[in-house]
Design a protein around this ligand. Structure first.
Ligand code: HEC
Length: 120
């Protein structure tokens, strides 16, 4: 029994270290409160944000790098969603370092939020 619990614990640690899962964890813990997968509520849905960024940057590296840089310090300058700023006001600055924001941005790039299952 103890062995099984230990194994499960190790397995979950392993999963947390996996970048994709870490991205999911960080996104669900910090972004989804404002960015619903598909519905615009207090902020544009993450599907809408992703679509806008994909239109501007098809290349994954450019997408990730631009998004991580913008989210680190949200500003009018460099925004791809000036219409959303007018509607909802500028996104607040969150205390994340660039590396964490890159992991989150990669996760956003890879995830199809229209097929996303959440409790919402
Ligand atoms: C407190 C609410 C809130 C949280 C939390 C939040 N956002 Fe936002 N976000 C907004 C609002 C409002 C906008 C639209 C206005 C804007 O673009 O500044 C936005 C816009 C954006 C944009 C588009 C930027 C542009 O204008 O080009 C990106 C990308 C983004 N958010 C990513 C994230 C990520 C990643 C997280 C989690 C780490 C996150 N947001 C957490 C409120 C939030």
């Amino acid at each position: 029994m103890i062995k099984t619990i230990f194994l499960l614990f190790m397995l979950s640690l392993f999963c947390l270290c996996n970048a994709q899962n870490l991205g999911a964890l960080l996104f669900n813990g910090n972004c989804i409160t404002c960015h619903h997968p598909t519905k615009t509520i207090s902020a544009p849905s993450i599907s809408e944000v992703k679509e806008r960024y994909k239109k501007a940057f098809e290349n994954k590296e450019e997408f990730v790098s631009y998004m991580a840089t913008w989210v680190e310090k949200p500003a009018y300058e460099g925004s791809l969603m000036l219409d959303a700023i007018e509607k909802h006001e500028l996104m607040p600055e969150l205390a994340f370092n660039k590396e964490a924001l890159r992991v989150i941005s990669e996760y956003i790039y890879e995830t199809d939020f229209t097929k996303y299952e959440t409790a919402y």
